[in-house]
Design a protein around this ligand. Structure first.
Ligand code: ADP
Ligand code: MG
Length: 246
């Protein structure tokens, strides 16, 4: 009977553990309230873990990365304390933005994913997109008159990560779509951009200096800009390996 009720109430963790916890409680003379607390606590923890897992899944990260595995000494221009603070997620609550700017291989995508996962853990909905494939998807959706639905989906997430802005030149409609996305999120939802571009070069890449200026204006209005300068980490690691084996 109890199992049936627990199932009805959707308490799978309680259903799984109550007998084991009950015999443990009897052995240690645990008060009834403590027994109940133990069970309910486990249910709550399991639910929270599931929710985090689901948010990470829905974010579509290409790979999972964490700050624990990031070697801050490799990028002295990156203030570690500021990054760790960002990992607490407060900036997402305030709908502010982050730009990670630096050359290729300096760990921008790594840090972007790690901050995205940290935001998922802090309870925020996140969506990771690489700019070239995002624009392709959006252009296809536009052609199929499904763009509004997609934009509505994006507007529901708390943080959109736009990875790799600038590696390829944007076709004009792509620039407009990107501008539209940033304008729609302005002061409503966070954006994290990784880019290899100096801000001065955005006009050229967008093919429209005025639009690029307007986009930058919105993006950087309430924004933390982190410069990640250094040698390519990949390159350095492979150098180390070759020197070792030589
Ligand atoms: P970017 O996006 O700037 O081109 P990535 O984040 O893709 O660079 O980094 C390239 C690879 O090197 C990834 O596998 C990443 O995990 C690793 N990497 C880069 N920088 C660091 C670092 N400082 N510590 C640990 N791993 C790093
Ligand atoms: Mg990258």
């Amino acid at each position: 009977m109890l199992r049936t009720y627990l199932k009805k109430l959707r308490l799978p963790t309680v259903a799984r553990d109550f007998e084991k916890v009950a015999s443990e409680a009897a052995r240690t003379n645990l008060p009834y309230e403590r027994y109940l607390l133990t069970l309910v606590e486990q249910e709550v923890l399991a639910r929270e873990e599931n929710a985090v897992r689901l948010r990470i899944q829905n974010a579509h990260f290409p790979i999972l990365k964490s700050l624990d595995t990031f070697d801050f000494t490799a990028i002295p221009s990156l203030p570690k304390a500021q990054v760790l603070k960002l990992a607490q997620g407060e900036w997402v609550k305030n709908a502010t933005n982050v730009v990670l700017a630096g050359q290729i291989g300096t760990g921008k995508t790594h840090v972007a994913i790690a901050l995205g996962i940290a935001a998922c853990r802090a309870g925020y909905r996140v969506r990771f997109e690489s700019v070239p494939s995002l624009l392709q998807t959006m252009l296809e959706m536009q052609a199929a008159h499904q763009l509004t639905r997609f934009e509505k989906q994006l507007s529901k997430v708390d943080l959109v990560i736009l990875d790799e802005l600038g590696y390829v030149g944007l076709p004009k409609p792509g620039g407009e779509l990107l501008f539209g996305l940033c304008a729609a999120r302005y002061e409503r939802g966070s954006i994290l951009v990784t880019t290899n571009l100096e801000f001065g070069a955005w006009g050229e890449v967008f093919g429209d200096a005025r639009m690029a200026g307007a986009l930058l204006d919105r993006l950087t209005h309430r924004c933390e800009i982190l410069v990640m300068n250094g040698e390519s980490y990949r390159f350095r690691e492979s150098q180390k390996r070759t020197t070792k084996s030589a």
